[in-house]
Write a protein that binds this ligand. Structure first.
Ligand SMILES: [Zn+2]
Length: 338
């Protein structure tokens, strides 16, 4: 018994470093004279499961760091939410659904079998092609990054509308004095005209892009890819403020997501603040929205955002595969050049 406790704490050390686990389960004090004080079978199994999970993580970190980053991102809140949506409501083809699923499982995409290089002008030739990972965001030639980003902004806009906040399209107002072409916020929103705007800037990061790791880091810890992107956005915004002034009172709010559909902590707390507010209590879901499996606004929007991110990511991958196949057909036989 003592051995399990010890192992559990060791395992906790390992995964806590990876930033991906809860504290170890605390056994009740064990008194061998009182058998009823012994942990239940369920408590012991839970501890053993955590040891197994921690061992697995340690293996991944050592042998397949991208898989470690991916696994951690797949355990973020929101990341698996799209799996709970009803397929008949979300009109995606079976092929798209399969791609979404393969990406999550890090399984080869059937359509990508045999593809050994990307399109002309892109130098990628590696394993990222079979897994589709190359086209999630990193391809130099093909990506749906902007489309995915806009899809998330559209869901957030719908959310604000639902709870009665005023929103604007980023194009509609000259936010930056003297530079109407600059649009630092994707979704400006406010509860009423006497409050400052919340200037939401959406950032969807890809934790499989290890080229963005700081030196000495082997993989992305929990939500670290999203945090990196948010930091980049904040720095850019600060730079903008040194050169321009903003016409209205705006609280800049960069929000970090990951391509697995996962949310950063800030997204989670913002969603729960908004959706547990008085305004949200008055909001209702329409009949078609109810046919998602979500039983309330918070779950509904968590699913909707997660689904949009993963759907757009899968579409981007499918597009990449099609283009790479087309390029392979038009390439002269035996040609090795781009
Ligand atoms: Zn490429």
């Amino acid at each position: 018994m003592a051995n399990i406790v010890e192992q559990q704490f060791e395992a906790y050390e390992a995964t806590a470093q990876a930033g991906t686990t809860r504290p170890p389960y605390r056994f009740p004090d064990i008194d061998l004279q009182t058998p009823t004080s012994l942990p239940t079978q369920k408590q012991i199994s839970r501890a053993l499961h955590r040891i197994t999970a921690a061992d697995l993580m340690q293996d991944l970190v050592n042998s397949a760091p991208v898989a470690a980053s991916w696994h951690i991102s797949c355990s973020l809140p929101g990341s698996g939410s799209w799996l709970h949506t009803m397929p008949y409501v979300n009109r995606v083809s079976a092929k798209t659904w399969r791609t979404m699923f393969c990406l999550r499982m890090m399984a080869p995409i059937p359509e990508a079998t045999g593809i050994d290089r990307c399109v002309p002008g892109c130098s990628c030739t590696g394993w990222q092609l079979q897994l589709g990972f190359h086209w999630m965001s990193g391809c130099e030639k093909l990506s749906y990054n902007t489309v995915r980003h806009n899809a998330v902004a559209a869901v957030l806009r719908k959310l604000f509308k639902k709870i009665g906040w005023e929103t604007r399209f980023k194009e509609q107002a000259g936010w930056v004095v003297g530079a109407p072409d600059l649009r630092p916020y994707d979704v400006p929103a406010r509860p009423n005209s006497s409050t400052p705007w919340m200037g939401i800037d959406v950032a969807v990061a890809d934790p499989s892009r290890h080229g963005y790791l700081s030196s000495g880091q082997r993989y992305f810890k929990k939500a670290a890819a999203a945090a990196r992107y948010v930091h980049k956005k904040q720095t850019k915004y600060n730079r903008l403020l040194t050169r321009h002034s903003i016409r209205y009172l705006v609280n800049y709010t960069p929000l970090g997501f990951e391509v697995t559909g996962g949310f950063s902590k800030k997204v989670c707390s913002l969603l729960s603040d908004l959706l547990e507010s008085e305004e949200a209590a008055k909001a209702t879901l329409s009949a078609t929205e109810w046919s998602w499996s979500a039983m309330g606004l918070p779950a509904y929007f968590q699913q909707a955002i997660s689904f949009e991110i993963v759907r757009m990511t899968a579409l981007s991958v499918q597009n990449g595969i099609r283009r790479a196949q087309a390029a392979a057909i038009s390439r002269p036989a035996g040609s090795d050049s781009d």
